[in-house]
Design a protein around this ligand. Structure first.
Ligand SMILES: Nc1ncnc2c1ncn2[C@@H]1O[C@H](COP(=O)(O)OP(=O)(O)O)[C@@H](O)[C@H]1O
Ligand SMILES: [Mg+2]
Length: 266
């Protein structure tokens, strides 16, 4: 079980995370939903040691990991993907997964053998569970965006995590690819890890994401942050994002600037 208690993080006085508490249950998939800028990626960075919290605590299976380094948290079985796709673009799909397996498990087992034969069975098995077996020989760069995201998931799974944090794995996917990825998720979780936390941007994915057992909503943590964020969206003409931010603030009982509400016609 992963637990964050009253975690806070500011960047130069800007409260990106203004006191977030969440509990990820023992098994299953938890969705973290919030509009762009709500602090989903920042929270992931706090949970995986890539950022240090200003206040609050994070614990993993009862152990305090608030101040632990990323590699230590990784060794405790926490894997993650980043929001921006991170694959070897010149290697084939098969080689990408194989390289990740070698990076995690080492190649001492097969010191005299040729690299191509390492972890062959494991790589095929992983590709099968991701629906990528028929793309094994395709070069990373040539894959559709959806398949690149699935491959990224395979790379994360190669480190054999107990808990996997996926930061917007469906970003940029078509609606059909998104539905397929969400459909595959529980089966992959069942086969490979105990816990998963998946961050989604609010919007058309909400319905699908909340189908998972637990869904946590993340909103800008204080009124000033939320009002700024919604105001910025308005200026950019991103009305849906502004509305989503205001809705999230309302859910948290935060004060919303009257001019903002007027501009949104509420
Ligand atoms: N390293 C940073 N320095 C300054 N501001 C940051 C940094 N990282 C994130 N932020 C700000 O914190 C807020 C939350 O960002 P982020 O966690 O990326 O949100 P999300 O992933 O939900 O879209 C945003 O306003 C963003 O601009
Ligand atoms: Mg993000």
């Amino acid at each position: 079980m992963l637990e964050a208690r009253d975690v806070r993080k500011s960047f130069n006085g800007f409260a990106a995370i203004g006191g977030v508490s969440l509990t990820v249950p023992e098994r299953g998939i938890t969705a973290l939903i919030g509009p762009n800028g709500a602090g989903k990626s920042t929270l992931f960075n706090l949970l995986t040691g890539h950022l240090r919290a200003d206040a609050g605590t994070v614990s993993l299976q009862g152990r305090d990991i608030t101040a632990a380094a990323p590699h230590a948290i990784c060794r405790m079985g926490v894997g993650r993907s980043f929001q921006h796709t991170n694959i070897f673009r010149k290697l084939t799909v098969f080689e990408n997964v194989q390289a990740a397996l070698i990076a995690h498990r080492g190649q001492a087992r097969n010191f005299w053998g040729r690299a191509e034969t390492l972890y062959r069975d494991e790589a095929w098995q992983l590709l099968g569970s991701l629906g990528l077996a028929d793309q094994a020989d395709a070069i990373g760069d040539s894959l559709s965006h959806g398949n690149q995201k699935q491959l990224e998931l395979g790379i994360a799974l190669a480190s054999d995590p107990k808990l996997l944090l996926l930061d917007e794995p469906t970003a940029g996917m078509s609606a059909a690819e998104t539905r397929e990825a969400i459909r595959l998720a529980p089966g992959i979780a069942e086969a490979h890890f105990d816990l998963g936390v998946i961050a989604f941007q609010s919007g058309r994915l909400d319905e699908a994401a909340t189908a998972f057992a637990e869904a946590w909503r993340l909103a800008p943590g204080d009124s000033a942050t939320g009002n700024n964020l919604a105001g910025t969206y308005l200026k950019l003409g991103r009305i849906d994002d502004a509305r989503a931010t205001v809705a999230a603030m309302r859910e948290l009982g935060l004060a919303i600037d009257p001019p903002l509400l007027r501009a949104l016609g509420e």
